[in-house]
Design a protein around this ligand. Structure first.
Ligand SMILES: NC(=O)C1=CN([C@@H]2O[C@H](COP(=O)(O)OP(=O)(O)OC[C@H]3O[C@@H](n4cnc5c(N)ncnc54)[C@H](O)[C@@H]3O)[C@@H](O)[C@H]2O)[C@@H](O)CC1
Ligand SMILES: Nc1ncnc2c1ncn2[C@@H]1O[C@H](COP(=O)(O)OP(=O)(O)O)[C@@H](O)[C@H]1O
Length: 277
């Protein structure tokens, strides 16, 4: 069995800071998302909401007009439309709520430009096929099914001893951070230990919470430009789990109650306040 380092609240606190009088919207972190599609507009809304609620100072959304409309209806603070180059993006989020089979040439070009850039990119769901060609720093976020498919695609499908070893091996192959989602999320960079983040509540297993996680990761990465990417990703994952625990009311040792993905996003400010206290 491979060893994994258990990630804690104290570890997370190193990557969360209170806003100060010296901050402006750019210093708090700029996140840009190219997520969602006419088939899954909700994924864009969830990721954008999560990026704001996780403390981003500026959130930009680039996508189809119908999806921009859905995003702005929920979060008018968001700046829609393609980046005109005036804002330096601290982190990109791509792929949530998209289907690679439906990708247009224009969309493929836009995504290729993002994964060839210098800003870190969270690569989720329908963009996972772009991970192997990326030169930007990346965090890829497959769930169990996507992880198995990505292993096949990369020719890594022969047996490893356990999932932690598989995650480490994929990270080495991709020269990036791999974040394999589950009740216990495993995260590894090309070097360094495998990190384990326990969600702490099964109520998090509900549609759209992965889209929320992608937005959280974007915000935490944009706010921590100089920190090791695997550790920043672990901090974002821990906050996501903590927000779910708060939303589901499992804090006092009780069984809690069902939640939806937006509940997790809405509990993020309380999770951050708790870490800062
Ligand atoms: N409101 C929305 O717009 C939502 C959009 N979503 C988007 O829907 C698209 C399809 O995502 P899916 O994950 O449903 O579909 P996928 O096509 O990625 O995978 C679904 C299949 O993978 C297998 N699988 C194995 N382990 C799994 C696991 N742990 N979780 C999920 N599937 C597992 C299952 O057999 C299942 O049939 C993605 O782009 C995703 O971002 C989802 O996030 C749900 C919410
Ligand atoms: N049994 C579980 N207990 C706790 N968390 C879970 C469990 N199963 C999945 N999760 C978490 O829920 C989220 C689901 O993400 P994902 O599978 O991408 O869903 P979606 O595509 O619907 O957004 C991930 O953050 C994952 O770690």
């Amino acid at each position: 069995m491979s060893e994994a380092r258990e990630w804690s609240r104290v570890d997370t606190a190193r990557f969360v800071r209170a806003a100060t009088r010296d901050d402006d919207k750019y210093s708090r972190g700029v996140v840009a998302l190219r997520t969602g599609s006419p088939a899954y507009p909700g994924a864009a809304v969830l990721g954008v909401e999560a990026a704001w609620r996780a403390g981003a100072g500026f959130v930009r959304y680039a996508g189809e007009q119908r999806v921009i409309d859905a995003v702005l209806a929920r979060r008018p603070e968001t700046v829609g439309g393609p980046d005109t180059g005036r804002t330096r993006v601290g982190a990109w989020v791509i792929g949530s709520g998209t289907d690679p089979e439906e990708r247009t040439d224009a969309e493929a070009r836009a995504l290729r430009e993002i994964v060839s850039g210098t800003a870190p990119v969270v690569i989720d769901a329908g963009a996972l096929d772009l991970a192997s060609g990326a030169t930007a720093p990346v965090v890829v976020t497959p769930h169990a099914g996507e992880f198995a498919r990505l292993r096949e695609r990369l020719g890594l499908a022969d047996a490893d001893q356990d999932t932690a070893a598989e995650v480490r091996r994929m990270a080495a192959e991709l020269h990036g951070v791999v974040l394999r989602k589950g009740a216990r999320t495993l995260i590894a960079g090309p070097d360094g230990p495998v990190i384990a983040v326990d969600a702490g509540t099964g109520w998090l297993a509900t549609a759209g919470t992965g889209d929320v996680l992608a937005g959280v990761l974007g915000a935490v990465i944009a706010a921590n430009p100089c920190a090791p990417l695997a550790e920043v990703a672990a901090a974002g994952t821990w906050l996501h789990g903590h927000a779910a625990r708060i939303a589901a009311g499992v804090g006092g040792g009780g069984t809690g109650h069902p939640i939806v993905a937006l509940d997790v996003a809405e509990a993020l400010p309380l999770a951050i306040a708790d870490v800062l206290s």
